[in-house]
Design a protein around this ligand. Structure first.
Ligand code: SAH
Ligand code: SF4
Ligand code: F3S
Length: 450
């Protein structure tokens, strides 16, 4: 479409689905002559791929736009002008309002309509697209993605029908939608052919993935999809995230005990340990339901690393409710977890509840919860010292002569070794453990022929 090379800078906020979308946008734009650069100052086009999940995340976009406006206005007449696109969940939630608040913005594209960016840039499409065109999106993206590194994300499911009362995702990503098994397996095969050893299947509710089997007979859930992908040559590791307790079916749980390439890690958010709060959150499960699922999984895969998300200070949360969350964490035991202060999101049912918890109580509860979660995380990691773990090396480490990879349980692992190890899986004797990472030595000398 365009002759001379142009440069695009993409800044990504939010979840892994946005990371995947940013990679897809880079691909699409590459197809129309844009190379990716790492600073806005160097770019002809800046894309902010935004997140709306908490107030802070959404506000960041406007402070970034303020900075970009200065860069844009400072460009001299002899320089190429800068164009600015806002993509992602803020784009979806605010639409035309973004251009009103920040007239410096040229294009607005939602998470299910960014495939139209190239046409927009060519002046062949409206400069604002926020419709939920999921099928169109995945068809247009096809499988022609470039991939760097041995681990890749693959979106298999989009959207959410759960409507937790605190959450914007059902409004920004639209209804639950599953890609077809054939399309997913073609994308994963192509990645494996290009040296990818590990894929993480992504979805806002990834375990709600459901589609007809490739032979058209009968329905598949995520468990069947994983069994199918596990047979792909060269693919050594499969992960999936994020799951909802309501969709954790027996086939998927059984897969954790049967499929070697399915990694022993599960991100299963519970949000609160109080049944009263879970109900007000419209989670559709109780604490007992959650514990039953965890028990079943641990029977299939006793060493599984459990992860979760927690919200403190949901409207009406009492000290007793918070204590129930603390007790749940003590009972279950997490390898890692994310925890947040409740953030009031306009348009969600939670925002209308009168009984909002004061900020200082949220701060206090978050600190207490995070203390416990960090202690559990350090304990889980420490329990791995003395073990030998297979590590998929992904990149150079922080120090000279070091390489960094991931354990099956998803921690980073640092060892002394040549960068030629990147892309391979090696046994590592774990000798040290910190809060976020493990250290170790290669179990045997590795002869590389790179
Ligand atoms: N689909 C995933 C999570 C999506 S959002 C799931 O259902 O688990 C990621 C996390 O952000 C949520 O699990 C929740 O813990 C947190 N979150 C979502 N809305 C929030 C809000 N309004 N305030 C604080 N945290 C929130
Ligand atoms: Fe948000 Fe709940 Fe849907 Fe997760 S399940 S995306 S928390 S509404
Ligand atoms: Fe944020 Fe949208 Fe992901 S709101 S967490 S970028 S789905």
């Amino acid at each position: 479409m365009s002759g001379s090379k142009k440069r695009v800078y993409i800044k990504t906020f939010g979840c892994q689905m946005n990371v995947y979308d940013s990679a897809q946008m880079a691909n699409l734009l590459h197809g129309v002559g844009y190379d990716e650069v790492t600073t806005a100052e160097d770019a002809d086009l800046v894309v902010l791929n935004t997140c709306h999940i908490r107030e802070k995340a959404a506000e960041k976009v406007y402070s970034d736009l303020g900075r970009l406006r200065q860069i844009k206005e400072a460009r001299g007449d002899h320089e190429a002008p800068m164009q600015i696109a806002v993509a992602g969940c803020v784009a979806q939630a605010e639409g035309a309002e973004i251009k009103r608040r920040a007239p410096v913005v040229d294009y607005v594209v939602g998470p299910q309509s960014y495939q139209r960016l190239p046409q927009m840039l060519a002046g062949e499409a409206e400069t604002l697209a926020t419709d939920f065109a999921v099928d169109e999106k995945f068809e247009r993206l096809a499988q022609k993605r470039s991939q760097q590194g041995p681990a890749a994300f693959v979106t298999v499911q989009e959207g959410c029908d759960k409507f937790c009362s605190f959450c914007v995702v059902p409004y920004t990503r639209g209804a639950e939608h599953s890609r077809s098994a054939g399309q997913i397996s073609a994308e994963v095969r192509a990645l494996a052919r290009h040296g990818v050893r590990e894929v993480t299947l992504l979805g806002q509710n990834v375990n709600a993935w459901a589609a007809t089997s490739p032979n058209g007979k009968g329905g598949w859930g995520l468990g069947q999809l994983i069994r199918h992908l596990a047979q792909i040559d060269g693919l050594d590791r499969i992960r999936y995230t994020t799951s909802h307790p309501r969709d954790m079916d027996d086939n998927l749980i059984a897969a954790h005990g049967e499929i070697d390439v399915l990694m022993p890690y599960l991100h299963l958010p519970v949000q609160s340990g109080s049944n009263r709060v879970l109900k007000a959150m419209n989670r559709g499960h109780s604490m007992d339901d959650y514990k039953r699922i965890i028990d079943k999984i641990r029977r299939k895969r006793p060493d599984i690393a459990l992860s979760g998300d927690f919200i403190v200070g949901f409207p009406g949360e009492t000290n007793a409710d918070f204590e129930a969350t603390m007790q749940a964490v003590r009972d279950i035991g997490y390898a890692s977890a994310y925890s947040f202060k409740y953030s009031r999101r306009p348009g969600t049912p939670g925002a209308k509840i009168k009984d909002q918890v004061p900020e200082e109580i949220k701060v206090e509860r978050l600190a207490i919860l995070q203390d416990l979660l960090v202690t559990q995380q350090i304990g889980f990691n420490a329990g791995l010292t003395g073990r030998t773990l297979p590590v998929l090396f992904e990149k150079p480490g922080r120090h000279e002569g070091q390489v960094c990879g991931r354990s099956p349980y998803l921690q980073s692992v640092f060892v002394q070794g040549p960068t030629s190890l990147i892309g391979s899986i090696q046994d590592v004797d774990i000798t040290g453990a910190g809060r976020n990472a493990l250290t170790g030595n290669l179990s045997r000398e590795v002869v590389t022929t790179a």
